[in-house]
Design a protein around this ligand. Structure first.
Ligand code: TXA
Ligand code: MG
Length: 343
Protein backbone atom coordinates (compact mmCIF):
# COMPACT_ATOMS: atom_id res chain seq x y z
CA UNK A 1 0.00 0.00 0.00
CA UNK A 2 1.28 3.45 -0.84
CA UNK A 3 1.12 5.77 2.17
CA UNK A 4 0.12 9.34 1.32
CA UNK A 5 1.95 12.12 3.13
CA UNK A 6 -0.54 14.89 3.90
CA UNK A 7 0.23 18.32 5.38
CA UNK A 8 -1.71 19.14 8.51
CA UNK A 9 -1.68 22.88 7.81
CA UNK A 10 -3.30 22.44 4.36
CA UNK A 11 -7.08 22.46 4.24
CA UNK A 12 -7.19 20.23 1.16
CA UNK A 13 -4.84 17.67 2.66
CA UNK A 14 -6.95 17.51 5.82
CA UNK A 15 -10.05 17.01 3.70
CA UNK A 16 -8.36 14.10 2.01
CA UNK A 17 -7.40 12.63 5.40
CA UNK A 18 -11.00 13.00 6.60
CA UNK A 19 -12.27 11.35 3.42
CA UNK A 20 -9.96 8.38 3.96
CA UNK A 21 -11.15 8.01 7.57
CA UNK A 22 -14.77 8.10 6.44
CA UNK A 23 -13.94 5.47 3.81
CA UNK A 24 -12.71 3.09 6.53
CA UNK A 25 -8.98 3.63 6.02
CA UNK A 26 -6.19 4.19 8.59
CA UNK A 27 -4.65 7.66 8.92
CA UNK A 28 -1.88 8.71 11.32
CA UNK A 29 -2.21 12.22 12.77
CA UNK A 30 -0.44 14.41 15.33
CA UNK A 31 -1.72 14.99 18.87
CA UNK A 32 -0.14 16.94 21.73
CA UNK A 33 1.06 13.67 23.33
CA UNK A 34 2.24 11.40 20.50
CA UNK A 35 1.12 10.67 16.93
CA UNK A 36 -1.97 8.47 16.77
CA UNK A 37 -3.05 5.92 14.16
CA UNK A 38 -6.72 6.64 13.54
CA UNK A 39 -9.66 4.76 12.07
CA UNK A 40 -13.44 4.97 12.34
CA UNK A 41 -14.28 3.72 15.85
CA UNK A 42 -17.77 2.68 14.74
CA UNK A 43 -16.51 0.37 12.00
CA UNK A 44 -15.02 -2.97 13.08
CA UNK A 45 -13.25 -3.56 9.75
CA UNK A 46 -11.60 -0.15 9.92
CA UNK A 47 -10.50 -0.69 13.53
CA UNK A 48 -9.07 -4.11 12.66
CA UNK A 49 -6.77 -2.42 10.13
CA UNK A 50 -5.16 -0.58 13.05
CA UNK A 51 -4.27 -3.83 14.80
CA UNK A 52 -2.92 -5.29 11.55
CA UNK A 53 -0.77 -2.24 10.71
CA UNK A 54 0.75 -2.06 14.21
CA UNK A 55 1.03 -5.80 14.83
CA UNK A 56 -0.94 -5.11 18.02
CA UNK A 57 -2.43 -7.89 20.19
CA UNK A 58 -6.20 -7.83 19.70
CA UNK A 59 -7.05 -7.84 23.43
CA UNK A 60 -5.44 -4.42 23.89
CA UNK A 61 -8.25 -1.86 23.56
CA UNK A 62 -8.04 1.45 21.72
CA UNK A 63 -8.67 5.01 22.89
CA UNK A 64 -11.54 6.75 21.08
CA UNK A 65 -10.83 10.38 20.13
CA UNK A 66 -13.54 13.04 19.93
CA UNK A 67 -13.59 16.78 19.20
CA UNK A 68 -16.85 17.63 20.96
CA UNK A 69 -18.42 16.57 24.27
CA UNK A 70 -21.69 15.91 22.39
CA UNK A 71 -20.02 12.89 20.75
CA UNK A 72 -19.74 11.24 24.17
CA UNK A 73 -23.47 10.47 24.19
CA UNK A 74 -22.89 8.04 21.35
CA UNK A 75 -20.27 6.14 23.33
CA UNK A 76 -21.52 6.08 26.92
CA UNK A 77 -24.73 6.45 28.86
CA UNK A 78 -23.07 7.09 32.24
CA UNK A 79 -21.17 10.31 32.91
CA UNK A 80 -20.39 10.81 36.59
CA UNK A 81 -20.01 14.17 38.27
CA UNK A 82 -16.29 13.48 38.74
CA UNK A 83 -15.94 12.78 35.02
CA UNK A 84 -17.74 16.04 34.24
CA UNK A 85 -15.36 18.01 36.44
CA UNK A 86 -12.31 16.31 34.94
CA UNK A 87 -13.45 16.95 31.38
CA UNK A 88 -14.13 20.61 32.20
CA UNK A 89 -10.63 20.94 33.61
CA UNK A 90 -8.51 18.88 31.24
CA UNK A 91 -10.22 18.52 27.85
CA UNK A 92 -8.94 19.07 25.31
CA UNK A 93 -5.76 17.61 26.80
CA UNK A 94 -3.74 14.53 27.74
CA UNK A 95 -6.35 12.82 29.91
CA UNK A 96 -8.15 9.65 28.80
CA UNK A 97 -11.24 8.73 30.80
CA UNK A 98 -12.70 5.23 31.01
CA UNK A 99 -16.49 5.23 30.70
CA UNK A 100 -19.11 2.54 30.86
CA UNK A 101 -19.71 1.56 27.22
CA UNK A 102 -23.16 2.23 25.83
CA UNK A 103 -24.40 -1.24 24.80
CA UNK A 104 -23.56 -1.84 21.16
CA UNK A 105 -22.01 1.62 20.78
CA UNK A 106 -18.60 0.61 19.49
CA UNK A 107 -17.53 -2.76 18.10
CA UNK A 108 -15.90 -5.23 20.50
CA UNK A 109 -12.58 -5.06 18.68
CA UNK A 110 -12.22 -1.39 19.72
CA UNK A 111 -12.68 -2.09 23.43
CA UNK A 112 -11.06 -5.52 23.50
CA UNK A 113 -14.45 -6.90 24.49
CA UNK A 114 -14.57 -4.82 27.73
CA UNK A 115 -17.83 -3.21 28.83
CA UNK A 116 -15.95 0.10 29.09
CA UNK A 117 -14.64 2.54 26.51
CA UNK A 118 -11.62 4.87 26.79
CA UNK A 119 -12.20 8.39 25.45
CA UNK A 120 -10.07 11.49 25.03
CA UNK A 121 -10.20 14.89 23.35
CA UNK A 122 -6.71 15.74 22.09
CA UNK A 123 -5.35 19.25 22.41
CA UNK A 124 -3.79 19.71 18.99
CA UNK A 125 -5.24 22.01 16.31
CA UNK A 126 -4.60 19.55 13.47
CA UNK A 127 -6.14 16.63 15.39
CA UNK A 128 -9.20 18.67 16.36
CA UNK A 129 -9.76 19.93 12.81
CA UNK A 130 -9.38 16.47 11.33
CA UNK A 131 -11.76 14.94 13.90
CA UNK A 132 -14.29 17.65 13.16
CA UNK A 133 -14.03 17.16 9.38
CA UNK A 134 -14.34 13.38 9.66
CA UNK A 135 -17.15 13.89 12.18
CA UNK A 136 -16.74 10.39 13.57
CA UNK A 137 -15.32 9.07 16.83
CA UNK A 138 -11.82 7.97 15.85
CA UNK A 139 -10.07 5.03 17.51
CA UNK A 140 -6.35 5.78 17.73
CA UNK A 141 -3.50 4.06 19.52
CA UNK A 142 -0.01 5.49 19.25
CA UNK A 143 1.20 5.29 15.63
CA UNK A 144 4.18 3.01 16.22
CA UNK A 145 4.79 -0.67 15.53
CA UNK A 146 3.71 -2.59 18.60
CA UNK A 147 6.54 -2.69 21.16
CA UNK A 148 8.43 0.31 19.74
CA UNK A 149 8.64 3.74 21.38
CA UNK A 150 5.64 5.95 20.62
CA UNK A 151 6.20 8.41 17.75
CA UNK A 152 6.69 12.07 18.66
CA UNK A 153 7.63 13.27 15.14
CA UNK A 154 6.30 12.51 11.69
CA UNK A 155 9.58 10.81 10.72
CA UNK A 156 8.99 8.21 13.47
CA UNK A 157 5.59 7.35 12.01
CA UNK A 158 7.03 7.06 8.49
CA UNK A 159 9.79 4.82 9.79
CA UNK A 160 7.36 2.38 11.44
CA UNK A 161 4.25 2.48 9.27
CA UNK A 162 5.06 3.63 5.71
CA UNK A 163 3.49 1.16 3.30
CA UNK A 164 1.20 -0.21 6.02
CA UNK A 165 -1.39 2.60 6.35
CA UNK A 166 -3.33 4.85 3.96
CA UNK A 167 -1.92 8.23 5.02
CA UNK A 168 0.14 10.23 7.49
CA UNK A 169 -0.84 13.80 8.41
CA UNK A 170 2.13 15.91 9.48
CA UNK A 171 1.99 18.34 12.38
CA UNK A 172 5.42 19.01 13.82
CA UNK A 173 6.77 17.39 16.95
CA UNK A 174 4.54 16.61 19.92
CA UNK A 175 4.63 19.11 22.79
CA UNK A 176 3.94 16.68 25.65
CA UNK A 177 5.82 13.70 24.23
CA UNK A 178 4.40 11.02 26.58
CA UNK A 179 0.95 9.52 26.19
CA UNK A 180 -2.19 10.60 27.99
CA UNK A 181 -2.99 9.62 31.56
CA UNK A 182 -5.58 6.82 31.52
CA UNK A 183 -8.03 7.28 34.39
CA UNK A 184 -10.80 4.96 35.53
CA UNK A 185 -13.56 6.84 37.34
CA UNK A 186 -16.05 3.96 37.41
CA UNK A 187 -15.27 2.82 40.98
CA UNK A 188 -15.19 4.61 44.34
CA UNK A 189 -11.86 6.39 43.98
CA UNK A 190 -10.44 7.47 40.62
CA UNK A 191 -7.65 5.11 39.58
CA UNK A 192 -4.71 5.95 37.28
CA UNK A 193 -4.31 2.93 35.01
CA UNK A 194 -1.48 4.54 33.05
CA UNK A 195 0.45 7.59 34.29
CA UNK A 196 0.79 10.24 31.59
CA UNK A 197 0.62 13.88 30.61
CA UNK A 198 -1.70 14.92 33.47
CA UNK A 199 -0.23 14.26 36.92
CA UNK A 200 -1.94 12.81 39.97
CA UNK A 201 -1.56 16.18 41.72
CA UNK A 202 -3.33 17.97 38.87
CA UNK A 203 -6.17 15.44 38.99
CA UNK A 204 -6.54 15.66 42.77
CA UNK A 205 -6.78 19.43 42.60
CA UNK A 206 -9.98 18.93 40.59
CA UNK A 207 -11.52 15.78 42.13
CA UNK A 208 -10.95 16.99 45.72
CA UNK A 209 -10.61 13.30 46.65
CA UNK A 210 -7.55 11.05 46.54
CA UNK A 211 -6.57 9.61 43.17
CA UNK A 212 -4.72 6.30 43.37
CA UNK A 213 -2.32 4.46 41.09
CA UNK A 214 -3.40 1.01 39.94
CA UNK A 215 0.17 -0.07 40.73
CA UNK A 216 2.66 1.53 43.13
CA UNK A 217 3.83 4.74 41.46
CA UNK A 218 2.48 3.57 38.13
CA UNK A 219 5.21 0.94 38.07
CA UNK A 220 5.47 -1.77 35.45
CA UNK A 221 3.70 -4.45 37.48
CA UNK A 222 1.01 -5.99 35.28
CA UNK A 223 -2.40 -4.52 35.68
CA UNK A 224 -5.23 -6.36 34.04
CA UNK A 225 -7.32 -3.19 34.13
CA UNK A 226 -5.35 -1.37 31.41
CA UNK A 227 -4.63 -4.36 29.22
CA UNK A 228 -1.97 -2.56 27.21
CA UNK A 229 0.27 -2.11 30.23
CA UNK A 230 1.25 -5.78 30.30
CA UNK A 231 3.02 -5.84 26.94
CA UNK A 232 6.66 -5.02 26.25
CA UNK A 233 6.83 -1.41 25.27
CA UNK A 234 9.07 1.41 24.21
CA UNK A 235 11.95 -0.97 23.58
CA UNK A 236 14.81 0.10 21.31
CA UNK A 237 16.90 -2.64 19.72
CA UNK A 238 19.78 -2.42 22.21
CA UNK A 239 19.19 -3.20 25.91
CA UNK A 240 18.63 -0.16 28.14
CA UNK A 241 20.12 0.15 31.64
CA UNK A 242 19.00 2.68 34.25
CA UNK A 243 21.89 3.85 36.42
CA UNK A 244 21.11 4.84 39.99
CA UNK A 245 22.92 6.90 42.63
CA UNK A 246 24.17 10.46 42.86
CA UNK A 247 25.06 12.17 39.57
CA UNK A 248 28.74 11.51 40.36
CA UNK A 249 28.11 7.80 41.00
CA UNK A 250 26.02 7.54 37.83
CA UNK A 251 28.73 9.20 35.73
CA UNK A 252 31.38 6.91 37.20
CA UNK A 253 29.34 3.76 36.48
CA UNK A 254 28.68 4.86 32.91
CA UNK A 255 32.29 5.88 32.24
CA UNK A 256 33.31 2.38 33.31
CA UNK A 257 30.69 0.77 31.04
CA UNK A 258 31.75 2.91 28.08
CA UNK A 259 35.29 1.60 28.47
CA UNK A 260 34.05 -1.98 28.58
CA UNK A 261 32.00 -1.49 25.40
CA UNK A 262 34.95 0.21 23.65
CA UNK A 263 32.72 3.03 22.43
CA UNK A 264 29.86 0.85 21.22
CA UNK A 265 27.38 2.09 23.81
CA UNK A 266 24.96 4.98 23.78
CA UNK A 267 24.05 7.28 26.65
CA UNK A 268 20.96 9.39 27.15
CA UNK A 269 21.27 11.59 30.18
CA UNK A 270 20.39 14.90 31.71
CA UNK A 271 22.58 17.84 30.85
CA UNK A 272 23.87 17.87 34.46
CA UNK A 273 24.96 14.22 34.43
CA UNK A 274 26.43 14.47 30.91
CA UNK A 275 28.79 17.19 32.09
CA UNK A 276 30.36 14.74 34.54
CA UNK A 277 31.16 12.07 31.92
CA UNK A 278 34.76 11.60 30.77
CA UNK A 279 34.49 8.87 28.13
CA UNK A 280 31.47 9.80 26.04
CA UNK A 281 31.67 9.83 22.25
CA UNK A 282 29.56 12.78 21.17
CA UNK A 283 27.91 10.81 18.35
CA UNK A 284 26.43 8.38 20.82
CA UNK A 285 25.17 10.88 23.36
CA UNK A 286 21.66 12.26 23.73
CA UNK A 287 21.10 15.23 26.00
CA UNK A 288 17.61 14.77 27.42
CA UNK A 289 17.51 18.25 28.97
CA UNK A 290 17.78 19.62 32.47
CA UNK A 291 17.10 17.45 35.53
CA UNK A 292 15.25 20.47 36.89
CA UNK A 293 12.70 20.19 34.09
CA UNK A 294 11.32 16.65 34.00
CA UNK A 295 8.64 17.72 31.52
CA UNK A 296 11.35 18.43 28.98
CA UNK A 297 13.08 15.12 29.73
CA UNK A 298 9.80 13.23 29.31
CA UNK A 299 9.17 15.05 26.04
CA UNK A 300 12.58 14.06 24.63
CA UNK A 301 12.57 10.44 25.79
CA UNK A 302 10.92 8.59 22.88
CA UNK A 303 12.97 10.36 20.20
CA UNK A 304 16.11 9.51 22.20
CA UNK A 305 15.17 5.82 22.38
CA UNK A 306 14.66 5.80 18.61
CA UNK A 307 17.91 7.65 17.90
CA UNK A 308 19.99 4.64 18.91
CA UNK A 309 18.13 2.27 16.58
CA UNK A 310 20.00 3.95 13.72
CA UNK A 311 23.36 3.16 15.30
CA UNK A 312 24.95 -0.19 16.14
CA UNK A 313 25.29 0.31 19.88
CA UNK A 314 25.37 -2.80 22.10
CA UNK A 315 23.76 -1.06 25.07
CA UNK A 316 22.13 2.21 26.10
CA UNK A 317 22.73 3.80 29.52
CA UNK A 318 20.43 6.28 31.17
CA UNK A 319 19.77 7.62 34.65
CA UNK A 320 17.11 7.35 37.32
CA UNK A 321 14.80 10.36 37.66
CA UNK A 322 12.56 11.28 40.61
CA UNK A 323 9.19 9.53 40.20
CA UNK A 324 7.08 12.50 41.16
CA UNK A 325 4.70 14.69 39.16
CA UNK A 326 5.43 14.10 35.44
CA UNK A 327 8.42 12.00 36.57
CA UNK A 328 5.97 9.16 37.34
CA UNK A 329 5.05 8.89 33.65
CA UNK A 330 8.70 9.39 32.64
CA UNK A 331 9.97 6.60 34.92
CA UNK A 332 7.09 4.32 33.91
CA UNK A 333 8.17 4.55 30.24
CA UNK A 334 11.87 4.36 31.05
CA UNK A 335 11.35 1.27 33.26
CA UNK A 336 9.50 -0.42 30.44
CA UNK A 337 12.16 0.47 27.89
CA UNK A 338 14.76 -0.96 30.27
CA UNK A 339 12.71 -4.00 31.25
CA UNK A 340 13.48 -2.68 34.77
CA UNK A 341 17.24 -3.32 34.40
CA UNK A 342 19.02 -1.12 36.96
CA UNK A 343 22.69 -0.85 37.79
O1 TXA B 1 -1.81 9.98 24.34
C1 TXA B 1 -2.40 8.95 24.01
O2 TXA B 1 -3.20 8.37 24.78
C2 TXA B 1 -2.15 8.39 22.61
C3 TXA B 1 -2.65 9.40 21.59
C4 TXA B 1 -2.54 8.89 20.17
O3 TXA B 1 -3.96 9.77 21.91
N1 TXA B 1 -2.76 7.12 22.45
C5 TXA B 1 -2.27 5.99 23.07
O4 TXA B 1 -2.97 4.82 22.77
O5 TXA B 1 -1.33 5.99 23.81
P1 TXA B 1 -2.41 3.37 23.08
O6 TXA B 1 -3.32 2.45 22.38
O7 TXA B 1 -0.98 3.28 22.72
O8 TXA B 1 -2.65 3.18 24.62
C6 TXA B 1 -3.97 3.04 25.12
C7 TXA B 1 -3.93 2.54 26.53
C8 TXA B 1 -3.54 1.08 26.62
O9 TXA B 1 -2.71 0.86 27.75
C9 TXA B 1 -4.90 0.39 26.75
O10 TXA B 1 -4.80 -0.87 27.35
C10 TXA B 1 -5.66 1.39 27.60
O11 TXA B 1 -5.25 2.66 27.10
N2 TXA B 1 -7.12 1.27 27.41
C11 TXA B 1 -7.84 1.49 26.29
N3 TXA B 1 -9.15 1.22 26.49
C12 TXA B 1 -9.26 0.83 27.77
C13 TXA B 1 -10.34 0.40 28.58
N4 TXA B 1 -11.59 0.34 28.13
N5 TXA B 1 -10.08 0.07 29.87
C14 TXA B 1 -8.82 0.13 30.34
N6 TXA B 1 -7.74 0.52 29.62
C15 TXA B 1 -7.96 0.85 28.36
MG1 MG C 1 0.96 2.76 22.48
Amino acid sequence: METKLLRGEQERDLQEAARLLRAGETVAFPTETVYGLGANALDADAARKIYAAKGRPSDNPLIVHIYDRAQLEMLTDQISETAEKLMDAFWPGPLTIIFHRRPGAVPDCVTGGLDTVAVRMPNHPVALRLLRMADLPIAAPSANLSGKPSPTAVSHVEHDLSGRIAAIVSGGSCAVGVESTVLDVSGNAPVILRPGGITREQLEAVTSEPVIYATPHGSTVETPRAPGMKYTHYAPEAPVYICTGTPEEIAEKIDHRLEVHKGRAGVMLSRQTLRLLQNADENLVVNLGSRDDLKQIACNLFAALRYFDDSDVEAIYTEDFPAEHIGVALMNRLDKAAGSKKI
